[in-house]
Design a binder for this molecule. Structure first.
Ligand SMILES: Cc1cc2nc3c(=O)[nH]c(=O)nc-3n(C[C@H](O)[C@H](O)[C@H](O)COP(=O)(O)OP(=O)(O)OC[C@H]3O[C@@H](n4cnc5c(N)ncnc54)[C@H](O)[C@@H]3O)c2cc1C
Length: 316
């Protein structure tokens, strides 16, 4: 559905051929849900983000930001407004001592690549995120984690540059993000991460590689591979609830498994037999089937444990 005035304006800002209309997003989503964007842009630089900021400030059309699409469950066939996929790539050492480097990384940088490169350089702090899909922007937005060693992506963040809702860029420090489990302040403010600066400790690459391998081994032992999924679908429960209900773990996967829901299927969406918190799209799963499956899971877990599961993935 094309609005000629909007498309003309977007083309005048970003240049012809950069704005796609009715773009299929399925390929950019690891869960492979079928959905289209009314307007679609790939942001490749800080300058692109400044322009996106101007559109955001004008409030003429809604804007949605995508990183690697690995934590998204889009349950609508059509997204109105502009979807911006972040392909901004930049990495630069901006300070260095004998003990550490301060590394500026753009928000579109792919985490897997960043982890491999920092290990190779002997810069420690991100190694447990080996195997984490997605971009730096998504990982800061979610404060993504490797739960086994309580290692959170925001831990090494020193400061960052954000695009405010009025289109201005501002510098904020680590504390601004109010990081906690699966949470950063970006989820409250709607601000967009442009660049992040991490302080990384100098260590032997072999030591870092060993830790990264531990994370990779754990993933391959516990998570299904080569499938369409958005990772863990629901948040783990709090330590308080675990203790109150005398449960052996905080794992949402445990609750789903012990509610007897492994292999539960609606259409092409199925609960993984290996990790019950992973929902897999085995074909071209329809939004309505995913909605039904989520409701079944939540209802059964509530019935068995009295717990309301909360989505970890961003559901749109
Ligand atoms: C196989 C698999 C394994 C996974 N393992 C883990 C794991 O071990 N630990 C874990 O925590 N997660 C895990 N995940 C979930 C997911 O990979 C992470 O949450 C990841 O950090 C999301 O990054 P993304 O770039 O893909 O974000 P997206 O899915 O593209 O976006 C997620 C949210 O972040 C917002 N966003 C993205 N970029 C920006 C930005 N620059 N500024 C502001 N907002 C932004 C989006 O608008 C959206 O609301 C896994 C997923 C899969 C598929």
């Amino acid at each position: 559905m094309k609005n000629d005035l909007i498309i003309k304006e977007l083309e005048s800002i970003f240049g012809k051929d950069r704005i796609k209309v009715d773009q299929n997003l399925s390929f950019y989503l690891t869960l492979r849900t079928q959905t289209k964007a009314q307007y679609y842009l790939e942001a490749e630089s800080r300058e692109d983000w400044v322009k996106v900021g101007q559109i955001k400030a004008s409030k003429k059309i809604p804007i949605f930001i995508m990183g690697g699409g690995s934590n998204l469950a889009i349950i609508t066939d059509y997204i109105n407004g502009l979807v911006v996929r972040n392909l901004y790539q930049k990495k630069e050492v901006i300070a260095e001592t004998e003990d550490y480097v301060d590394l500026l990384v753009s928000s579109g940088y792919v985490v897997a690549r960043l982890v491999i490169e920092t290990i190779k350089e002997g810069w420690g702090g991100l190694e447990y995120h080996q195997g984490l899909p997605g971009t730096v922007g998504g990982a800061i937005f979610m404060n993504s984690k490797w739960a086994k060693h309580h290692s959170y992506f925001g831990d090494q963040l020193l400061y960052a540059y954000l695009l405010e809702t009025n289109g201005e860029i501002k510098k904020v420090d680590h504390d601004y993000f109010k990081f906690r489990y699966d949470h950063s302040v970006l989820q409250e403010t709607g601000e967009i991460l442009i660049e992040a600066v991490f302080r990384l400790k100098k260590e032997m690459p072999q030591v870092l590689q060993k830790k990264a391998q531990e994370a990779l081994n754990y993933r391959s032992e516990t998570q299904p591979k080569g499938i369409a999924t958005s990772g863990c679908f629901f948040k783990n429960i709090s330590e308080d609830i675990k203790l109150r209900l005398k449960l052996p773990t905080t794992s949402a996967g445990y609750l789903i498994e012990h509610a007897g829901l492994k292999n539960l299927r609606v259409g092409d969406f199925v609960v993984s037999s290996m990790h019950a918190n992973f929902i897999i799209n085995e074909g071209s799963g329809k939004a309505e089937d995913l909605i039904k499956l989520l409701k079944l899971i939540k209802d059964k877990v509530k019935e068995k444990f009295g717990i309301d599961l909360e989505e970890e993935v961003v559901v749109i």
